[in-house]
Write a protein that binds this ligand. Structure first.
Ligand SMILES: [Zn+2]
Length: 248
């Protein structure tokens, strides 16, 4: 995530001023955060080229303005333009995720909250692209090059390396708390859970579980049994901590 990766050398006769708002500044190099950025460019370059050359994937952007007027990604800036770049706040109608490699802990957290979350620790970029093309999923990644691919319509670049902090970011960005359905999805395989009678799984339970719990759910895909024990309590405290998280 070093900013120099994105500073493709742009040589041209024109100069435009770029202003990035709110959390888009997280993705800029420290010296550029909160500053107006003066960028030289050639006639053929689109605003998408220029914004992404500064390290901001298109999926992070909601609104683009040139001199106060809304523009699209194919807009070719003109000399002297002031380009405002505002963060995305939209979301697909169904909130479903694909997670990039090394985000296994975040995948478990999102499944705890009941969200359909596809994750393997060895997806190739092509497999991720195919999953995104198949249905409108949100890509969560720290790989900005991946997020800049055209196939990615909805996505978010995780700022933190720490899974719980990543969860807070995603909950805020996609307003997940109001849609959460805890105890709804298998943490291991992502399938939906079904309520199951205690009698049907009795012989599989440890003595204390048998004694203290009466409500159970089963994952028919991987045959894992869930009950509202310590796992449920951890989930409840996670949700409580998300509710208490101060808004930026
Ligand atoms: Zn399962």
């Amino acid at each position: 995530m070093t900013p120099r990766l994105f500073c493709t050398i742009i040589r041209g006769v024109n100069t435009a001023t770029f202003v990035f708002f709110r959390n888009l500044n997280d993705l800029l190099g420290p010296a550029r955060r909160g500053q107006s950025i003066s960028l030289r460019f050639a006639d053929h370059q689109t605003v998408k080229h220029l914004v992404e050359s500064l390290g901001i994937p298109h999926v992070e952007v909601g609104v683009l303005l040139a001199n106060g007027r809304t523009i699209g990604w194919e807009y070719r800036p003109r000399d002297g333009d002031r380009i405002e770049v505002w963060p995305a706040s939209d979301c697909p109608p169904q909130v479903r995720f694909v997670l990039d490699n090394h985000l296994g802990r975040l995948a478990v957290y999102l499944r705890m909250l009941g969200f359909d979350t596809l994750y393997k620790n060895d997806y190739s970029d092509e497999q991720i692209a195919a999953l995104l093309a198949e249905d409108e999923r949100i890509l969560l990644s720290r790989d900005r090059r991946l997020l800049m691919r055209k196939v990615v319509r909805y996505g978010y670049c995780l700022r933190s390396l720490e899974p719980k902090a990543q969860l807070y970011e995603v909950v805020r960005r996609f307003d997940l708390l109001s849609r959460a359905q805890p105890f709804h999805r298998c943490l291991r395989c992502n399938a939906l859970l079904e309520p199951v009678e205690k009698a049907a799984i009795l012989e599989r339970l440890e003595p204390k579980t048998k004694l203290y719990f009466d409500e159970f759910a089963l994952c028919r895909a991987c045959d894992r049994v869930y009950w509202k024990g310590s796992h449920w309590e951890r989930m409840q405290s996670l949700i409580a901590s998300l509710r208490d998280e101060p808004q930026p």
